[in-house]
Design a protein around this ligand. Structure first.
Ligand SMILES: Nc1ncnc2c1ncn2[C@@H]1O[C@H](COP(=O)(O)OP(=O)(O)OP(=O)(O)O)[C@@H](O)[C@H]1O
Length: 324
């Protein structure tokens, strides 16, 4: 049975739906990522699960028990936000021990040491949080969220305030920590890479509705529609007639990543270069292909690219998704 049950949940603000009939389950120990563009209702859904938003419709359950009317602090869930909201005038250890102090847990000092080890900050206990980097602060916030052994951890864009390199590293650490502690978690992000790096399953939301749920590989390989495909970074969607010029056995539409359209000499499809923008490993291009139309693509550093000149392309199957 699912640990968390979200059943037909709707939340509206001034009559405008922000979350519209979402049904979703989270298994014990599972990390579910909610992925969607800005304003798609991700945070509102998370807040509804936490008990911070009044539901217009539907219910939230925990192991089958309806908790829709249960007060926030009685749910046993922990919340972590983009800025970890640490107490600035307390030490790292005092911040982490905060949930333990409320519950008067014994063995606090040992627990703090264990949590600091877990988040990769051994020996940081006596530091002031104002002396930490952004990434270190988010690790402390994560340790604090885990301190009370919540039955469910709700994370709202926990890595968004960090720069890209650090975010990628912490995404891997976050997954490792959630798995190691067996924590059931729901994680909100607008960043596809982050969602795929952290989650067991990804739920894609658009305009308040749940569009697709699946493992990262399923969602990536088989987006349910063109809107989801575009959001995931597929730059071109071809209707079935044009799709067959790229994938002869295609029966439906296909979506292409720019990296799937490669300018090359021994090309199967010919076209004209429309534009070219330098990139680290060559160029991002736009090519008008015979019978297909304009598509985004890539070119290696070797190719002299003159706008208006004839070019050929090959298609890389790894960057092509077949739409249902
Ligand atoms: N307290 C509120 N009052 C009125 N409208 C709200 C409120 N909270 C959210 N909304 C609206 O509900 C919609 C969904 O917002 P929400 O914050 O859930 O989206 P999101 O997907 O989390 O976006 P982001 O990634 O930008 O945080 C938006 O149109 C937003 O303006």
């Amino acid at each position: 049975m699912d640990a968390l049950g979200i059943d037909g949940v709707g939340v509206s603000f001034d009559g405008v739906p922000a979350v519209d009939g979402v049904t979703l389950g989270v298994a014990p120990g599972e990390v579910l990522g909610i992925l969607g563009p800005s304003g798609s209702g991700k945070s509102t859904l998370l807040r509804a699960v936490a008990g911070l938003e009044r539901l217009g419709s539907g219910s939230v359950s925990w192991h089958g028990d309806d908790i829709t009317a249960l007060a926030v602090h009685r749910r046993g869930f922990a919340l972590m936000f983009q800025d970890g909201q640490l107490f600035p005038h307390r030490t790292v250890a005092q911040n982490i021990a905060y949930p333990l102090r409320i519950t008067r847990a014994s063995g606090q000092a040992e627990r703090v040491v264990d949590l600091l080890d877990l988040v990769g900050l051994p020996g940081f206990g006596e530091r002031r949080v104002t002396e930490l980097s952004g990434g270190e602060q988010q690790r402390v916030a994560l340790a604090r969220s885990l301190a009370g052994k919540p039955r469910l951890l709700l994370l709202d864009e926990p890595l968004s305030s960090l720069d890209r390199e650090l975010r990628e590293r912490l995404a891997g650490d976050l997954r490792r920590i959630l798995v190691a502690t067996g924590t059931t978690a729901v994680f909100v992000t607008h960043d596809q890479d982050e969602a795929f790096a952290v989650s067991d399953r990804v739920a894609v939301m658009m305009r308040g509705r749940l569009e697709q749920v699946g493992t990262p590989a399923e969602v990536w390989r088989r987006p349910v529609n063109a809107a989801v495909a575009r959001f995931l970074g597929y730059t071109t969607v071809l209707d079935p007639d044009r799709a067959r010029l790229v994938v002869p056995e295609a029966t439906g539409a296909i979506a292409l990543r720019a990296a799937a359209v490669v300018v090359t000499d021994d090309a199967s499809v010919r076209g004209t270069l429309v534009s070219s923008t330098p990139a680290v490993d060559g160029a991002r291009v736009r090519v008008l292909l015979d019978g297909i139309g304009e598509v985004d693509g890539v070119a290696g550093p070797r190719h002299p690219l003159v706008v208006g000149s004839a070019v050929g392309v090959r298609f890389d199957p790894a960057g092509i998704a077949v739409l249902p």
